[in-house]
Design a protein around this ligand. Structure first.
Ligand SMILES: NC(=O)c1ccc[n+]([C@@H]2O[C@H](COP(=O)([O-])OP(=O)(O)OC[C@H]3O[C@@H](n4cnc5c(N)ncnc54)[C@H](O)[C@@H]3O)[C@@H](O)[C@H]2O)c1
Length: 366
């Protein structure tokens, strides 16, 4: 048990602002230092978001000056592994932004380093959080909706050339993958959190418009151990943006339609004709409304760190979504379905995700 945790944020770009806000709202959490490799960027960030925090131009300088209990990795995914391993060696817990690593083998080495140091390693898949996802998961797990038959999972976003002008984006070496790894992974993670173990997956990768090495669209299928099948579409070329999951079961259709976060108002449960009114009414979302997001995730992770208990389910199992995304990329390469057992056991699949992309841009021979 502890009642104070000293935090540091590494990488003070866009997502770091959400971490600083969430830390500020947690009793006993203190953001003592921030670091970024771009000279002056950390100081500017501290002035705007955390005036009490010291600012450094390197991760190493920050660690030389401070004892840190919790490191928030808000850096590009290509540097998460070395930074996490260093943080664990300094005795800190790590909360890493998604995707946690560029490959499953990198992720395994991070998980191993956390275990060796007896520290916690949490990954930010914040779509799992919030009272609505929790409610639906409890009903699904209790069997209230019967067997899950079919699901759709769509991440249809819009990212333009300016977004991809940031040097680490759109490249296999530094982003690790395309929109499936960077954007679709959120909804894929929520879907798999709700539906449980998956058995196999297949996908194709497409480059429809953007000037990137990776894919800007992917189309995939996931078969779950329960027999449920899901169709998964991910895009960064979709002007009307949406993040949505629809789950058709024997007894209901469960839907969430949002963009970057959800609360009960974004969810709908439609009973099948055979379900009585009283039972359908019992599925209603409760009066407690907790929105999904960094606040909910970091609050529950810090609660577990204060109490010394294991990580909450919303921040545990960092590999599940990355395993599915890995299966998608390997499937695009091998042009066949890829099983979970193979992804988990075949070291050759656990390296970099680089995969062939069908290029449909006009004038380009894909
Ligand atoms: N959970 C979410 O909803 C969400 C949203 C956006 C981004 N992300 C993830 O957060 C991470 C960062 O994304 P972003 O959009 O904030 O990127 P960004 O480019 O805006 O910020 C990254 C920052 O890290 C700094 N940096 C790079 N290498 C560094 C190093 N070695 N040491 C210290 N600082 C370094 C950069 O200078 C930059 O300021 C990515 O993994 C991304 O996928 C998650």
């Amino acid at each position: 048990m502890t009642d104070t945790l000293r935090a540091a944020i590494i990488g003070t770009g866009s997502v770091a602002v959400l971490h600083a806000r969430s830390i500020a709202a947690i009793d006993g959490a203190e953001l003592v230092a921030v670091a970024d490799v771009l000279p002056g960027r950390a100081a500017e960030f501290a002035a705007d978001n955390a005036p009490a925090a010291a600012a450094y131009d390197s991760f190493e300088a920050l660690f030389a000056a401070h004892e840190i209990d919790v490191v928030h990795l808000c850096t590009p995914p290509g540097v998460h592994r070395p930074q996490a391993v260093t943080a664990f060696a300094h005795g800190a817990h790590v909360i890493a932004e998604k995707p946690p690593a560029l490959s499953l083998s990198e992720l395994q080495s991070m998980t191993d380093a956390a275990a060796d140091a007896d520290r916690r390693f949490a990954v930010v898949f914040q779509q799992r959080t919030g009272s609505a996802a929790d409610h639906v998961k409890r009903l699904l797990d209790a069997g209230a909706f019967g067997r899950v038959l079919f699901a759709t999972c769509n991440t249809l976003w819009y990212r333009d050339a300016e977004y991809y002008a940031v040097p680490w984006r759109g490249r296999w070496e530094t982003e690790g993958g395309g929109t499936t790894l960077s954007h679709g992974i959120h909804q894929i993670d929520l879907l798999a959190y709700l539906l449980g173990d998956w058995r196999s997956a297949s996908a194709q990768l497409w480059r429809q418009d953007r000037d990137v090495e990776t894919e800007d669209v992917s189309t995939g299928t996931i078969l779950f151990e329960s027999g449920a099948v899901a169709s998964v579409s991910t895009s960064v070329v979709s002007p009307r943006q949406t993040s949505s999951i629809r789950i058709d079961t024997e007894r209901a259709t469960i839907e969430v339609d949002h963009l970057y976060g959800h609360d009960p108002s974004h969810w709908r449960i439609t009973p099948a004709p055979s379900v009585g009114e009283e039972e359908a009414a019992s599925w209603a979302f409760g009066s407690e409304v907790v929105a999904s997001g960094h606040d909910a995730l970091l609050e529950s992770v810090y609660a577990s760190l204060f109490s010394g208990s294991g990580l909450p389910a919303v921040a545990a199992e960092p590999a599940r979504a990355l395993e599915i995304v890995t299966a998608f990329y390997v499937s695009a390469r091998e042009e066949r379905q890829i099983g979970r057992v193979r992804v988990q056991s075949d070291e050759s699949l656990r390296g970099a995700l680089e995969s062939p992309v069908v290029d449909n841009r006009p004038g380009i021979d894909g």
